[in-house]
Design a protein around this ligand. Sequence first.
Ligand code: GDP
Length: 539
Amino acid sequence: MRADTQTPGQTADVTPAQVLAEAGRRRTIAVISHPDAGKSTLTEALALHSNALREAGHVHGKAGHAGVVSDWQDMEKQRGISISSAVLQLSHRDQVVNVVDTPGHADFSEDTYRALTAVDAVIMLIDAARGMEVQTRKLFAVCKERGLPVITVVNKWDRPGREALELLDEVESVTGLRPTPMTWPVGIAGDFRGLLERGTGAYVKYTKAPGGATRALEDRMNAQQAAEAEGVAWQQSVEEHELLSATGADHDEEEFLAFRTTPVYFTAAVANVGVGQVLDAIIDVAPAPHDQLDVAGRTQALTANFSAQVFKTQTGMNPAHRDRLAFARVQTGVFHRGMTVRDNRSGRPMVLKHVQTVFGADRSTVDVAWPGDVIGLVNARHVNVGDTLSEAGKIAYPPLPVFAPEHFRTVRPADLSFGKQFRQGLRELDAEGVVRVLTSDSRGDGEPVLSAVGVLQFDVVQHRMTHEYRSAVVFGELPFSTARIIDPADAPVVRGHRGTEVVSNAEGRFFALFTDEWRVRSFERDNPGVKLQELVVTS
Ligand code: GDP
């Protein structure tokens, strides 16, 4: 199992067997959904059904947790959204579940996508009445790209909605994954009586707990008792369950891990119904952290020395001293507070003394972390998104994927005498991955082009440029909505085409900007010799 690139070198008191045992106890997941499908409600219900160990940030700013006292919080408050990807750590059946938050606002940004690079499986939450909505589809595309196993949860089953079988058809046609229901509703949407557990054949009847918000009382019955209690509704559910088995729609762990099937659970998260089964699924069905391939294609075993990859940075949490947090997922080995690590890009040694799982008012220091855990490094100023941290600084995990931007703006300083701050600020925000800074060959250095996945990213740029770099900016609208990677040699051809613009990034990669997909297709028709390469995610 051990990587040939590293010596065992574990800290004296930790054995490889311990690393494997701790990694095996962990599940690191994210919940993806369209806004309003019930992600915060489900996350809170999962926490209620387990023991919340520690919490980074706040789930959604509405759970009554003391949040972050900073200008970030002001921005979050004004907008009622969560800007930060936070991590919630739960414990259930002696296992540890890390739930990496994916900010779910309609103006979601690259942070939402990047969170998916730090997890081993995903819960795709859909609204029973709305099915596969736009944002769910976009986030699913990232899961597909990365081959991340997907557990589907159909929520709001207590309300009038669509037929269960019709929803399964939609999931299958959009995702290409075969749905394998693990629970099956008894009673139609809106008249939710309970769930048939397909694995055990048991009926789990739910009664809303008095007062509503607490855990629903669970009443387990055998088939005979269920038939007596629910009559026709139970009979119908059993028939549908048998039909599912007859058509082979049963869970198979290998098929699930190979990204061919998706287990499906039904819930009414607001009433805590079906949530216990989802929590069990995270442990029984989702995979534990596994060995990783580095950028050179070498296997880095879980038991190798410590390594972690940064998937998010956040600055300005505390206006008094503008600290910066870098969130990294531990990939191999064990993290000990006080250890020295190096960044693969800069090679700089850093002593990791200030490492937290929690930011904001509830910070708590982390002494030890294992594969699958997420650590927040305080004031790791020179660490960027995508960087790998390891003891020798010699390991590099593949760079984070580039996500397809849909919004483009020009940017210039509000006051030209602040040109130096303006350039420095943009350079740093680009390196942090807050927004992409591009140079247009027709506009030149004086008027950079910014690209983003969500328009919220521009607000963050304005906020940070004004408060951190003292250079407020003025944005200019651009008509583009999509980009393609091009060979620099093809730039003149693209430039000659009406309604397009050629831009390049700091790494020297060239992009063609188009107003819409129709223009892309018309360009392709006119220029069959020019290769337009899609970025990872398209709508
Ligand atoms: P998010 O935007 O995905 O985080 O969604 P929220 O968790 O904030 O839920 C959006 C709305 O749907 C809230 O008013 C919830 O109370 C409601 N909701 C969430 N889950 C359920 C459910 O299972 N049944 C019903 N009826 N409402 C729900």
